[in-house]
Each structure stands twice: as structure tokens, then as C-alpha cells.
Design a protein around this ligand. Structure first.
Ligand code: DON
Length: 622
């Protein structure tokens, strides 16, 4: 017996001890079971080592775990059937294959010599009649080429060149009278057009391809990975055909034991009289077991037991209900609860407190399929009250299905008709809209790279809608009109205003660099500044934006510390600056003016930090 391994890309490693141990426990649990008998109707099949036993699991991204005989070669036998059926579908198309092979489960064993009495077709491609019919449909120059195409196709699934076991082939070719009978029946019924001996010979050859338990696990993982081999990255089958093949494996792969298999294991699977079983959990894993003692259905006794145990222990049943569909909405809130990082003046704050519920943010996550899209669309449609703006943050969403894209597009159109615009936070264009592809005036909305800008845009829509008529959005101030000076008597205010220097800075220019020493008290008379920081990967983020009527630079002035962030002009900005020397001089020259100024600045600073803390608390609540 081989050791327990966890390997990746062919290199032995002990990377994942947890999973390797689970596989090994299951392997050990059934190791002593010697029930069942070797297939001997093909004499050479009885020549294998009966105690051989291997359990292997390969993930859809190519990690292989296993215990026991993972590298022992054995013939693939009936596990070949889904793969030849897949190649026939690729060669001839689903419709042409369906004219000759049905997809109905049968309660009959694999070797039954029968056609459906009504359709005169083999009932499915997993019983021998359907498998021989599929082998007859493979295209190629001649018989040798047609088999070579089968061999190469299986090899793509396995990720290595598979070879035929000549002894097993010769043995079956000598004794396979039943399969020849099926071939002649098929020819007589017009299901196969070629020489029935050629079709049956090809079937014998495909059954005699040697595989290992590890090969089968990777073939299963390739099906789990939608047809792409996770190690070689080569496509072995198209996505739609993977779906067709797995469907037929689900209903017919285990022949007359299909019902029991689906209820107790719940995975599309295929067994072979060589002792192998392969099972697939779409999107997640492939499983293979090798143990040549068979049950009455021609399936490996330990193979069936191991698959049952793994399915139960690892929760693999494909009808197991997860909550994924209901968790598409990670969280939802209004712009009042979590405002943008643009600090608003008191009038705007009052408007947003009152109407902020009209702008809502939905953060989505997980894969967005029909059910997730349905719960999102429903939550938006059923939002109580009026909706003027909506942020849909898709950055944490993985895959978005075609129907989900369509539903979100329809939702946008539906909202646009009521005057509500949508800000998509979708820098990777998962919904197919690029920020440059949408006209900024598009009534459906806009695409943003981050949630903060999207939120600010929605706040602005609400402010523009509810600001009382005649009240301008932003009026430029003179120094003496700036709120920082509002507690001073008029003559004091006029006197102090004269001490300020006026500076105009162009949009995008640096106002103050990080680490600069105290540089004065800055009052914003018109426009906006943006306080930013750079993350480890060099991306610049907004910490906060300050607008007309606000101030900055007071902390370095009072505490003597340096500026901790870069400050840029977000628009063309007009600033009034009280230089440090003049600020300091106030202490001796006009202490009462300085006190009034500081009281006002302290109150504003408190309001600002309170707004920031509230925003954080609302958003990141534990
Ligand atoms: O048709 C046969 O007899 C074999 N070559 C393959 C049968 C088989 O593997 C049935 N599956 N459990």
C-alpha cells in the first residue's frame, strides 16, 4: 500500500494535513473489507491484485489528495463510456447523437441486449448498447485514427498520455460475444451505420485503456472544472457538453443502482468492472476509488462504500441545500447611516439627515445567480418610501450569471423610469458596463471604481433634488464671512481678516505635503480640498474632503505636530491662510480674539470628528 499523500502539480507535499487525514481515515475504515468478487467474464480481469485499494480526491483547482494505491494501473472499462459519449457529442452535435442514443435511465444491468421498444434506440449511453453506439459515431480517417482520437481525448482529461492494456483487450476481444450481439442488434436496427465489428472493437479498446486512481480523480476534476484540466489548463470538453455528460452520469451512470446511488451519494458518477469508480461534484471536486472486488451490479464494493462515506462526511450531496442564494446582500443602509467622506456643511447635513433615506447602498457578495439576483431586485423594489439614488457595490461579488446581469439591467431601467439613478461600484465591469462607456448624464446612472465616490454622487443627487429653490449649492465666501470668524465682534473680524493671505490653487495640485511642519490656519473660501493617504501598493485614497466654509491645518498649529497626510486641491480652491507667526502673535496682542477663534475651531473640530465616528460606527458595526 502506498503512503497517504497530498500533492500539487505532481510534487509530493504535506500542505494540507487536515484534508489528507480525512481521506486517510475513510481509506482505513474500509481497508479490511474483502467482500465482493473480481470480474472474471473477461479472463484477464481476474489477474489483478484483489486487495488493491486507492482513494483519491482532486479539487477543481488541481490539488490532489489520496491514500493507498494511487499509481496502480487498471483498465478503465465502463468509466470510458461518458468520455466517448462526450467525444461523440463534440463530433456530431447533441441533436444528431440524440437521434441514436436516448438519455433515459433503465433498471437493467449494463450488459442487457435491448433497445427501447418504442424508440428502437439504446436507452442511454452508459449501458453497453448506448456506449457501442457512441463509439460508432466517433469521427476519424480510419478505425485506427478513430480510436486514437478517443485515446487522446481521455488523455486530455487525465493530463497525461494514457496507453492500452493489450492483454485485457485481447482477452475481451476473444470472449466478448454478448457485446458483439449488441453490435449486430444496433446495426440491424439502423442505430449504427458502420461495420458492427469495428464499433465493438473500438469499444473493447476504449475499455482497455489503463488508468490509475489518480488519473481518474483528475478526469473527474476536469469535469468538475467545467471541462478544463486543472493541472494542464487544457480544455478537454466544452461547458455545455460537460453539463450533458454529467446529467447522464447522474441518472444512468450507476445502471440499475442509480436510485440508491443518487439518494445515498448524490454525485454524478460512473463505475467500471476494472474496479474503478469516478464521481464529480461540479465546480468543486473529483473523486476516484480503485478496489477491484465487485458487487452484483458490477461496481466496486469498497468504491461504493467510500463514495457514500465521503459524500456524508464532506457534505457533498449535490442536492444539499446551502444558504448561498439568500446571502447576496451583504449589508444595506442609507447615506445618512454611512455618508461619504465629503464633509458637508450644516445645511447639507440637515438635508441629508432628512432625505438621506432616499439614497441607499446595497453591498453584494458571493456568486450572483438567479436566486441572489432575485433577492437583490426584490429588496430594492420593496424598499419603503421614495428612492432617488442607489449604490450597488459589486466589488465582493464573484461570478455573475447572464440572467443576473439581465435582471440588474432591467432593475436599472425600471428605476430610471421613476427618476432613480444607480451608481454601480464595479471597477472590473462584472455587469459589462465600463465607467467610460456610460454617458455621465445617462438616466440609468454611472459606474464608479469605489463606494465612497458613488455614495458622494448619490448624496449630491439628493441634495440637488431637495435643496430649497434659490439657495445656491456653494457660494464663495470672503474671509470675514467664514464661519471660523463668526464668534468675533464685527470690528475684530474685520481686523483679523486683514491678517490672512489669500491663495488660489489649481485643481489636482498639492496644497500641503505629508510631514510638512505647521504652515498656518487654512480657511476654505471656495472649492474643496481632499486629504489623502497612499496605501502599501501605492494607491491613493481619500480620507476626507473638506468644502467651502471649513478649515484645516489647526492641529499642527496648536499641537506643533507635522501634517500626517497629503492635502490636494479637489477643485480649484481659494484659501485664506493665517501664517504661523501671526497666529502666535495673537496670544500676546489679542488674547480675547484668539480665544474666540479657538473656541469656534474646537467646536467645529468636535462636530467633524463626531460625524466621522458616527459614519464609521454605522458602517462597521460589530
Ligand atoms: O462491456 C464490458 O463488458 C466491459 N468492457 C465494461 C463493462 C463495465 O465496466 C460495466 N461497469 N460496471
Amino acid at each position: 500500500m502506498g503512503p497517504s499523500v497530498a500533492e500539487t502539480r505532481g510534487t509530493a507535499a504535506t500542505a494540507n494535513g487536515v484534508v489528507a487525514r480525512i481521506i486517510d481515515e475513510v481509506y482505513q475504515r474500509f481497508r479490511a473489507d474483502t467482500s465482493g468478487t473480481l470480474a472474471d467474464y473477461i479472463p484477464e480481469l481476474a489477474a489483478v491484485q484483489p486487495d488493491s485499494f486507492g482513494v483519491c480526491l482532486a479539487t477543481a483547482d488541481g490539488r490532489v489528495y489520496g491514500s493507498g494505491d494511487l499509481e496502480t494501473a487498471f483498465t478503465i472499462q465502463s468509466i470510458s463510456k461518458p468520455f466517448t459519449y462526450a467525444l461523440a457529442l463534440a463530433d456530431r452535435g447533441t441533436a444528431e447523437v440524440a437521434e441514436r442514443i436516448d438519455v433515459e435511465p433503465t433498471g437493467e444491468p449494463f450488459y442487457e441486449i435491448s433497445l427501447d421498444p418504442r424508440t428502437q434506440r439504446p436507452r442511454n449511453p452508459m449501458i453497453n448498447a448506448g456506449a457501442i453506439a457512441a463509439a460508432s459515431l466517433i469521427e476519424g480517417r480510419d478505425a485506427a485514427d478513430r480510436f486514437e482520437r478517443i485515446r487522446r481525448s481521455y488523455s486530455r482529461f487525465a493530463g497525461r498520455e494514457l496507453r492500452m492494456n493489450e492483454a485485457v483487450y485481447a482477452s475481451e476481444a476473444r470472449t466478448g460475444y454478448r457485446n458483439r450481439a449488441i453490435g449486430y442488434l444496433l446495426r440491424g436496427a439502423g442505430i449504427i451505420d458502420i461495420d458492427p465489428d469495428e464499433a465493438v472493437d473500438r469499444y473493447f479498446r476504449q475499455c482497455s485503456l489503463d488508468v490509475t486512481c489518480r488519473d481518474l480523480a483528475l478526469m473527474a476534476a476536469t469535469l468538475a472544472n467545467n471541462g478544463v484540466n486543472p493541472l494542464t489548463h487544457e480544455r478537454a470538453l466544452s461547458g455545455p457538453l460537460v453539463e450533458q455528460v454529467l446529467s447522464v452520469m447522474t441518472t444512468c451512470g450507476m445502471y440499475d443502482a442509480a436510485g440508491d446511488w443518487v439518494t445515498t451519494v448524490g454525485l454524478p458518477a460512473k463505475s467500471g468492472v476494472g474496479g474503478g469508480i469516478l464521481a464529480v461534484l461540479p465546480g468543486q471536486i473529483g473523486i476516484a476509488v480503485y478496489s477491484p472486488r465487485l458487487d452484483a451490479h458490477g461496481s466496486s464494493v469498497r468504491g461504493v462504500q467510500v463514495c457514500r462515506e465521503l459524500s456524508h462526511r464532506l457534505g457533498l450531496h449535490f442536492l444539499h441545500v446551502t444558504r448561498a442564494a439568500h446571502t447576496a446582500i451583504r449589508t444595506a443602509y442609507s447615506v445618512t447611516e454611512a455618508p461619504s467622506r465629503l464633509r458637508r456643511d450644516p445645511d447639507e447635513l440637515a438635508l441629508l439627515r432628512r432625505y438621506g433615506d432616499h439614497a441607499r447602498i446595497f453591498e453584494l457578495h458571493g456568486d450572483l445567480l438567479f436566486a441572489g439576483a432575485e433577492s437583490t431586485v426584490r429588496a430594492v423594489e420593496e424598499t419603503p418610501g421614495e428612492l432617488d439614488a442607489l449604490v450597488l457595490d459589486l466589488r465582493e461579488v464573484g461570478y455573475v450569471s447572464a440572467v443576473a446581469i439581465r435582471m440588474l439591467d432591467d432593475l436599472q431601467a425600471e428605476l430610471a423610469a421613476t427618476g432613480c439613478r444607480v451608481a454601480l461600484v464595479d471597477p472590473e465591469a462584472k455587469l459589462g458596463h465600463f465607467s467610460s462607456s456610460l454617458d455621465p448624464a445617462d438616466p440609468r446612472g454611472r459606474v464608479f471604481a469605489d463606494r465612497d465616490s458613488a455614495t458622494e454622487w448619490c448624496e449630491q443627487l439628493v441634495l440637488d433634488k431637495y435643496r430649497p429653490p434659490g439657495e445656491a449649492a456653494h457660494t464663495a465666501l470672503t474671509v470675514d464671512q467664514h464661519p471660523a470668524l463668526s464668534d468675533l465682534a464685527e470690528h475684530e473680524r474685520e481686523g483679523l481678516a486683514k491678517e490672512f493671505e489669500i491663495r488660489t490653487i489649481a485643481r489636482g495640485e498639492l496644497v500641503i505635503a505629508r510631514d510638512s511642519p505647521r504652515a498656518g490656519l487654512f480657511l476654505i473660501l471656495d472649492g474643496r480640498v481632499r486629504i489623502t493617504f497612499e496605501d502599501r501598493s501605492g494607491h491613493r485614497h481619500r480620507l476626507v474632503s473638506l468644502a467651502t466654509g471649513m478649515s484645516f491645518g489647526e492641529i499642527p498649529m496648536l499641537a506643533g505636530v507635522r501634517f500626517t497626510n497629503d492635502i490636494y486641491a479637489e477643485s480649484t480652491v481659494r484659501l485664506a491662510v493665517l501664517p504661523p507667526a501671526k497666529f502666535d502673535l495673537l496670544t500676546s496682542e489679542a488674547p480675547e480674539i484668539k480665544l474666540a477663534l479657538l473656541e469656534r475651531l474646537a467646536a467645529t473640530a468636535y462636530t467633524q470628528s463626531d460625524a466621522a465616528i458616527r459614519a464609521l460606527a454605522a458602517h462597521g458595526a460589530p
